[in-house]
Write a protein that binds this ligand. Structure first.
Ligand SMILES: Cc1cc2nc3c(=O)[nH]c(=O)nc-3n(C[C@H](O)[C@H](O)[C@H](O)COP(=O)(O)OP(=O)(O)OC[C@H]3O[C@@H](n4cnc5c(N)ncnc54)[C@H](O)[C@@H]3O)c2cc1C
Length: 396
């Protein structure tokens, strides 16, 4: 869709509203403030970084500390190269404080509407907030996605989504089926295997590309950045060559090498799995690879090859939805997958002054991308004249 960002003539008296107090929203707000534009962050939970507060305990960034920092504040060296989840939260808190961001917590935005040159946000408590521009930063991983498996709703066993997984303790001695081999499913399976589960099976529909987080000290993320703009076919070939050298063949364990290239998969929305323990766990027989889940029946799980199994509990690491439809779906700014038609400094043609951050999943690392987009969005808004009066930083 074409874009016309400069056609937007915002009212200077109104602030720019940023919806979401995760890294994406905070970065945009800081970049706006840096340019003298008043930005108010609306966060539905009671603190910044809500997603990171809720992630599982053992999670660390798989992108490097240096390449994950947001504009205007380095991540402290003391946090190490692979920053732990709790330190990401500390960093985000510090980030909001350092930039004196104006953040209103406990306010959820339900709907965004155009009103002449401005934007009206309908939010918690009947609030009707008028902004000169709006940045939607509500997160790529917004709402847990649980496939409509036949028999799911009458399944007699335990079924949960990976979002509620924190650590292996509740699963000690249990037979667990993890569904989905994305980064989350792969790490949860390894975590369970390390943490005392009796048996761990990992249900796989499509074999993923598995990459090492570093090779001889060189992080996979840096390769991702270097190859990002290269032709897809070339990156596919490079990925296959690197996998042959760097990743063991796990065919004997049910994980053959993928027959579609890495960049081709990325284009389809499948990010490679960074190995943080899965390969070792699979080779040690501590995680068994099984076929995809097809259905549930009574207390049984039916797999793609017809096998019926009865795990004690099923954890679905089956991803998330953007869930942008109620917020902005009526503005004709989403594609058929529910993703914004534009991101970064571009606005949809029908919606000048409406920006999106954080709805792509690049091989170069999303935090890095959020940081780049934040600067671009802020620059564009500052240039287009959306200069709400800059207030002193205030957090509520
Ligand atoms: C398990 C996991 C590991 C990841 N690891 C990495 C990594 O190592 N490196 C990397 O670069 N990226 C990583 N990512 C991807 C990405 O960087 C993070 O998901 C990051 O948190 C995205 O930031 P965000 O601000 O776009 O979204 P979020 O962090 O999800 O923040 C969105 C915020 O918006 C709030 N919100 C949502 N809807 C509303 C509403 N309607 N009104 C008000 N507030 C609302 C939410 O409460 C939340 O605080 C990871 C993602 C996941 C899920």
């Amino acid at each position: 869709m074409a874009t016309t960002p400069l056609a937007h003539s915002p009212q200077p008296d109104h602030p720019v509203y940023v919806i979401g107090g995760g890294p994406g929203g905070l970065a945009v707000a800081a970049a706006l403030r840096e340019r003298g534009v008043r930005a108010v962050v609306l966060e539905k939970s009671d603190a910044v970084g809500a997603s990171w507060r809720a992630h599982y305990d053992r999670l660390r960034l798989h992108t490097t500390r240096r390449l994950s920092a947001l504009p205007g504040l380095k991540i402290p060296r003391s946090f190490g190269r692979w920053v732990a989840r709790a330190d990401v939260v500390r960093y985000l808190e510090k980030y909001a404080e350092k930039h004196e961001l104006e953040i209103v917590t406990g306010v959820e935005v339900f709907r965004v509407e155009r009103s002449e040159a401005d934007w009206v946000l309908h939010a918690t408590g009947g609030r009707r907030l008028v902004g000169s521009a709006v940045v939607v930063a509500t997160g790529f991983n917004h709402t847990p996605r649980l496939p409509e498996w036949p028999g799911r709703d009458t399944y007699e066993g335990e079924l949960s989504h990976a979002r509620t997984y924190r650590n292996p303790e509740p699963y000690a001695g249990k037979d667990v089926l993890v569904v989905g081999i994305g980064n989350t499913g792969a790490e949860i399976a390894a975590d369970l295997a390390d943490g005392g589960a009796k048996r761990v099976r990992l249900a796989v529909r499509t074999v993923p590309h598995i990459v090492k987080r570093t090779t001889a000290g060189w992080p996979a993320q840096r390769t991702g950045i270097l190859v990002r703009r290269l032709p897809r076919a070339l990156v596919d070939r490079m990925g296959a060559a690197m996998a042959r050298v760097g990743t063991p063949d796990l065919s004997a364990y049910g994980l053959p090498r993928p027959d579609t290239g890495l960049a081709t998969r990325m284009r389809e929305g499948a990010v490679p799995v960074q190995d943080v323990g899965l390969i070792a766990a699979v080779r040690a027989g501590k995680v068994e690879i099984v076929g995809a889940v097809e259905a549930f029946e009574g207390g049984e799980v039916i797999l793609a090859d017809g096998t019926r199994i009865t795990p004690d509990t099923v954890i679905a690491a089956t991803g998330y939805r953007r869930a942008l439809e109620p917020l902005v779906g009526h503005l004709d700014v989403l594609d058929d997958r529910g993703r914004p038609v534009v991101h970064g400094a571009r606005c949809p043609r029908e919606a000048p002054g409406l920006y999106f951050s954080g709805f792509t999943n690049p091989i170069s690392g999303m935090l890095r991308e959020l940081a780049i987009d934040a600067e671009r969005i802020a620059r564009r808004i500052a240039r287009s004249g959306a200069h709400g009066r800059k207030g002193r930083g205030r957090r509520t």
